[in-house]
Design a protein around this ligand. Sequence first.
Ligand code: XMP
Length: 528
Amino acid sequence: MTEVLSVHTPDEKVLVVDFGAQYSQLIARRVREAKVYSEIVPHTITAAEVAARDPTAIIFSGGPKSVLIEGAPIVDAAIYDLGVPILGICYGQQLMAQQLGGVVGGSGSGEYGRAIMSIGSPANSADAPGEAAGLLAGLPSPQTVWMSHFNAVVGAPPGFVASASTEGAPIAVIENAERRMWGVQFHPEVAHTPHGQDVIERFLHDLAGCSAQWTTDNFIDTAVADIAAQVDGRRAICGLSGGVDSAVAAALVHKAIGSQLTCVFVDTGLMRKDEGEQVVETFRRHQGMELIHIRAADRFFERLGGITEPEEKRKAIGELFIRIFEDARGGVEDAHFLVQGTLYPDVIESGTAHAATIKSHHNVGGLPDDLDFELVEPLRTLFKDEVRSVGRELGLPDEIVLRQPFPGPGLGVRIIGEVTPDKVTLLQEADAIVREELRIAGLEREIWQSFVVLPDIRTVGVQGDERTYGFPAVIRAVTSDDAMTADWARIPYDVLDSMASRIINEVAGINRVAYDITSKPPGTIEWE
Ligand code: XMP
């Protein structure tokens, strides 16, 4: 597939230079919350490449290394001479200090967690004392900040003033208003720094001169114009998976080109209860889209007959999905474009982030890249939370916009052993009860994913005076930020109790309920 960028990036942008921090994406999101567009770039970017992108401001992220060891990541020092305002965070601050002639040293045992920061020049600052300058203007002192560092700046570079201190970092903030460079040892991007967003916004809006134009409305207007220009009277096709990303991509493209878009929904029969119908209802009735709905459950069950090995199952589902999509495409002969809901985290250039987040099996249920289409990827500059607000603005219902992540092979990987229509029905019923109970308890938003797994075993029970021999249902509910790591959700016992008694009473065939208390790692979120 030829890659086509369908959304141009805004003129005003902030580059977040990534030094391998777990927080780079969070920094980029915080910048966007300040209504300024941001992009993450690797620290190997050259000054010429930075200049070519013409950023309004630059933020250096933190990083796991020490600037004092050989081979620690650095930036092209010519970046400091571009005249672009820079904010260094943690490692980024230390690197800036070191490259500009300051001194970084060990800070005793380091500081990890909350620290109390006082604003004002510390007594041991070698440079001009003066007022607590620009970056922290208007903020209370002392205040709580979140620290995570071993080294610290111990001598500010020439031309910089030190304007705040904590016990473990006597020079916690450095500022050079003339060169428009600032550095903070603490992490303003994390929620544990209560005034962190104020610091980021002060830098962006007041010091770097960014305006607050990155809004959902502006994004939609620009994207719609770009898509219409790109498609230019031809036809586009979009595979709906039932998930948020393809739904929002389709709605956006539909707004831009109307009936030139045809959506294809391959209903595998492996979705959660009622979700297939809801996709059809939303897109055909409410959004008025041209939708080819292929009821393929029988074909999937036939193909899955006798397969028990997880990888074989995934492969079978993925291959059949592609074959069916290809057949459907025959009905839209002149389609030139394929719409895909690729998001920004999937395209971030910063090598490590990319390698770490994508697992090969996660593409199962997607489309191969040798299909003969040009791509329209209108969401490739967005983070998930932005996609959700675009979806809302486009009129998609919360049931779709707030939908949890769902694996491409669907319930196929939540049924251990052979997948049969009966087992899918059992699972769908039990799963719907778990979802409903979480909704009633007001917990669904706190939970990243919640679902039921149906193991391939049966256990003995007693119901009424009867002996039963049925399947156990395993409830899995996790909290997570990005699915890379996850913790089991501490669902209150009484909520678990309602789930268990409802499942056993309402779903004939299930006679026992267990709760999975494995975090990731060592477990994965899905069971297969
Ligand atoms: P695991 O089970 O590896 O899953 O902890 C991490 C996240 O990825 C989802 N997942 C998939 N998503 N296609 C997808 O699009 C897949 O084949 C797939 N397998 C797992 C899973 O639900 C969780 O959010």
